[in-house]
Design a protein around this ligand. Structure first.
Ligand code: FE2
Length: 290
């Protein structure tokens, strides 16, 4: 009898470990469903709660709905790096019509109307996103200064950079939130679409040490994001690339590296740094990190 009770207790107490894995969270890098530059990450904590970062483009809404539904259709926290349509398009559609999906909190760093108007025609998507977010009734945590640290089950995240109203060159990308996510076994830094100024502001700021990590999401889908000095200053072991094939190969129909994108420059820097582990959405497909 004692043996039976011990067995049942052991089975019940260890069940979440079997279901959700040994570490604090699992993360999926979601590949583009329409061969474009959507940016989308989904996390599942060790206690089964779901966190989403960005979510990709409007055309990827159906896929994302299915992915989240398979995990229980309830999102504890949705983190938005910046309101470009390749990051908030799907979320905008979900907020318009949740179809049963429950979202508890949205974390973002809101742009002023003045900053929003700096990029046309993208401002129309951003204004629409803010409009539906305001109407949603969801709790919104607007980050006006960096430094917030949150823990959801075994997943920790920290906001290292927020909206930079002072940068009017490349204004949306240079106002990407920069976010560190970690558990006891791994750390990931998400650069969103950070441009040179946005990256360097964190690099020279009080959260510099938080940029060192195991996995680094390369800025702006891997090209024309942060600069060579940024990548060669921080320490990381592997790269996450939310990058479709035509961006990865800089090929817009005329052959490899014939376009005007700078992806091969970033790829070359990574070779020089000695990074051997790359997870590229157009190469790996759906990538799960545990
Ligand atoms: Fe983007």
């Amino acid at each position: 009898m004692k043996k039976l009770i011990f067995f049942l207790l052991f089975t019940l107490l260890s069940a979440p470990m079997y279901i959700y894995g040994k570490s604090g969270f699992a993360m999926w890098q979601i590949p583009s469903q329409v061969n474009t530059i959507g940016n989308s990450y989904v996390f599942l904590t060790d206690k089964g709660r779901v966190i989403v970062m960005d979510g990709g483009m409007k055309d990827e809404t159906l896929f994302l709905r299915g992915f989240i539904a398979a995990l229980g259709n309830e999102v504890e926290a949705w983190i938005v790096t910046h309101p470009h349509n390749d990051h908030v398009g799907a979320l905008t559609e979900i907020l318009k019509e949740p179809k049963g999906m429950k979202i508890h909190k949205v974390y973002h760093s809101r742009f002023s109307d003045d900053l929003l108007r700096c990029e046309q025609p993208y401002d129309k998507y951003a204004f629409e996103f803010y409009e539906v977010l305001d109407k949603s009734g969801i709790e919104v945590l607007n980050q006006t200064i960096p430094g917030l640290t949150e823990r959801i089950d075994g997943l920790n995240f920290k906001i290292l950079g927020v909206t930079n109203e002072e940068f009017r060159m490349n204004p949306y990308n240079n106002s990407s939130m920069i976010i560190r996510v970690w558990d006891k076994e791994k750390s990931i830094v998400f650069l969103g679409d950070a441009g040179v100024e946005c990256g360097n502001k964190v690099l020279t700021g009080p959260f510099r040490k938080d940029l060192d990590c195991d996995y680094l999401q390369v800025a702006h889908h891997g090209q024309q994001g942060c600069n060579e000095q940024f990548y060669k200053t921080i320490k990381f072991k592997a790269c996450l690339w939310p990058t479709p094939l035509w961006v990865w190969n800089n090929d817009q129909g005329q052959g490899i590296n014939t376009g005007n994108l700078k992806t091969f420059e970033t790829r070359h820097w990574m070779d020089e740094i000695g990074i051997k582990e790359h997870h590229v959405t157009c190469v790996d497909g759906l990538f799960k990190l545990e």
